[in-house]
Design a protein around this ligand. Structure first.
Ligand SMILES: Nc1ncnc2c1ncn2[C@@H]1O[C@H](COP(=O)(O)OP(=O)(O)O)[C@@H](O)[C@H]1O
Ligand SMILES: [Mg+2]
Length: 261
């Protein structure tokens, strides 16, 4: 059984079919990339998975548990963490305090079982371990809102990891990053391989091909093809819409949408 499955997921905005009967599965420990042109419905799919939006039809299952209909916070407790593109960071608090708050939010109950001093020590150690895991140890006492963009994105990943997820959702973790920051984020994601499954939405195709065990291509809300990097690179339809000449891609996408409709 796959760790994570989408069954016939449908979402309409008014008359617009933005998620068109999507079936997708992510295996345990797999890094699965979701790619597709702007407007393909990638972020909508992430919102349906994380519980920000409810689907009109279909089911979301994680490790045998039905997530459909659950609130976003309940899904986190079921093992689903999502990076919220920095908005989950408390900008006026230090990195250390951000990490402690995130750990307390997800394990608060167990920390409360200890005397407050023991609980505090455990939280502080947990925050430092998490910082070390993400390469944030030098920034622990910096105010989060003052950090460079790339470090804030890294902190956002660290906050998601505080929930100890089975599946981590990353929506364009490299967006707005320079080459140096992108390389660091790539190394961080690579370091998570095997310890959880990752659903990665990313425009940077070099990063996608470097990281992904499998790739699914979304076009106009439909999964066009899923496969490993070679399958995707050699798929003529994908080449036409996605990897081909950028200038010609809009026309190619429209032609393809007619074909798959
Ligand atoms: N809340 C919304 N209401 C109406 N239309 C929306 C809404 N959110 C997204 N859309 C539309 O759904 C389509 C897919 O958007 P999105 O999921 O953001 O795509 P992607 O992340 O792949 O760029 C777009 O045509 C977008 O305009
Ligand atoms: Mg998007």
């Amino acid at each position: 059984m796959s760790l994570f499955t989408l069954h016939g997921l449908v979402k309409r905005f008014g008359g617009l079919l933005v998620t068109d009967h999507v079936d997708l599965h992510v295996e345990r420990g797999e890094i699965h990339a979701l790619i597709g042109p702007n407007g393909a419905g990638k972020t909508t799919l992430v919102n349906l998975i994380s519980g920000v939006l409810d689907p009109d039809e279909g089911r979301v299952l994680l490790d045998g548990v039905e997530l459909t209909g659950k609130d976003a916070y309940e899904r986190v407790a079921c093992g689903l963490s999502r990076c919220f593109q920095i908005t989950s960071i408390f900008p006026k608090a230090s990195v250390r305090d951000n990490l402690k708050m995130a750990l307390q939010a997800h394990t608060g109950h167990s920390f409360q079982l200890f005397a407050s001093r023991a609980g505090n020590t455990a939280l502080a150690q947990g925050a430092e371990a998490l910082a070390l895991r993400c390469g944030l140890e030098a920034s622990l006492d910096q105010i989060a809102g003052n950090l460079p963009h790339g470090v804030q994105r890294t902190l956002d990943v660290a906050l998601a990891l505080a929930a100890n997820p089975k599946l981590l959702l990353l929506d364009e973790p490299m967006a707005g990053m320079g080459p140096h920051e992108s390389a660091r984020m790539l190394a961080l994601i690579e370091s998570l391989r095997g310890s959880m499954a990752i659903l990665l939405i990313e425009h940077d195709m070099d990063a996608v091909f470097a990281l992904a065990d499998r790739i699914s291509v979304l076009v106009y809300g439909k999964v066009l093809v899923s496969g490993n990097a070679d399958t995707i690179k050699n798929d003529p339809q994908v080449q036409a819409v996605y990897l081909g000449d950028e200038a010609g891609s809009d026309a190619a996408i429209a032609a393809l949408a007619r074909e798959v409709a």
